[in-house]
Design a binder for this molecule. Structure first.
Ligand SMILES: *[C@@H]1O[C@H](CO)[C@@H](O)[C@H](O)[C@H]1NC(C)=O
Ligand SMILES: *[C@@H]1O[C@H](CO)[C@@H](O)[C@H](O)[C@H]1NC(C)=O
Ligand SMILES: *[C@@H]1O[C@H](CO)[C@@H](O)[C@H](O)[C@H]1NC(C)=O
Ligand SMILES: *[C@@H]1O[C@H](CO)[C@@H](O)[C@H](O)[C@H]1NC(C)=O
Length: 182
């Protein structure tokens, strides 16, 4: 190990131990760079479609198949003549109470909602439609450490598309080390 302290670069690179250490450092650096990638915000269409904020949709079933993270958006597509979207608390969600709601999100029927906090959110429709199933509860988590949307092992340059800067850094590190190896 002490051989690594040598100031002779050619000698240095001939030592397998040294090369291993450097490679390990490079991998660590790459993992760190990829880990700090922020995930792109996702727009979640409530109910699964463009126009699926309506009665008799199982929103519980929809929600358990989605992962919600801070910064994501909800999209409610619906007939505004009939339905509304109200953000309510847990009790009002459970009992379909449409008075003293937290926020009325209803605008044109293609309405979005910014998920800004890691917490549970509850939404219902007023005008009695909550009792027909128009209610949804979701749990928002802090952003994940890995860009999950790109599948496992994000080391495959998933950063290339959304972050050219970091990709360039990787290439520079890689080519610098290749140059030193020669
Ligand atoms: C909705 O889906 C959930 C989860 O899949 C299930 O437990 C529940 O029974 C369903 N509700 C109705 C009314 O079908
Ligand atoms: C939820 O909102 C209802 C209606 O405003 C209110 O009566 C109730 O106390 C609230 N519950 C909680 C736990 O905040
Ligand atoms: C929410 O806002 C919509 C659109 O402005 C309005 O039609 C609806 O009556 C409001 N709902 C409630 C419960 O206030
Ligand atoms: C959504 O919420 C986040 C966190 O508060 C904020 O930084 C962002 O600007 C919001 N986006 C829009 C378009 O309002």
């Amino acid at each position: 190990m002490l051989k690594c302290a040598s100031f002779n670069w050619r000698q240095f690179w001939r030592e397998k131990e040294c090369v291993k250490i450097i490679l390990a450092c490079l991998v660590l650096l790459m993992v760190t760079v990829v880990n700090t990638e922020s995930r792109q915000p996702v727009l979640h269409r409530v109910g699964g479609g463009r126009f699926t904020w309506k009665p008799n949709v199982n929103f519980t079933d929809w929600a358990i198949h989605e992962q919600f993270y801070v910064g994501d958006w909800l999209y409610f597509g619906f007939n505004k003549q009939l339905y509304t979207v109200l953000e309510v608390n847990k009790t009002s969600y459970r009992d379909c109470i449409d008075e003293n709601f937290i926020k009325n999100i209803t605008k044109g029927g293609r309405d979005v909602f910014n998920l800004t906090e890691a917490k549970p959110y509850y939404f219902i429709s007023s005008r009695g439609y909550c009792f027909k199933g128009m209610k949804v509860a979701i749990v928002v988590q802090d952003s994940p450490p890995f860009p999950l949307t790109n599948g496992y092992l994000p080391i495959t340059i998933s950063s290339a598309s959304n972050s050219p800067g970091k990709f360039v850094l990787l290439v520079m590190v890689a080519s610098t080390s290749a140059w030193m190896l020669l």
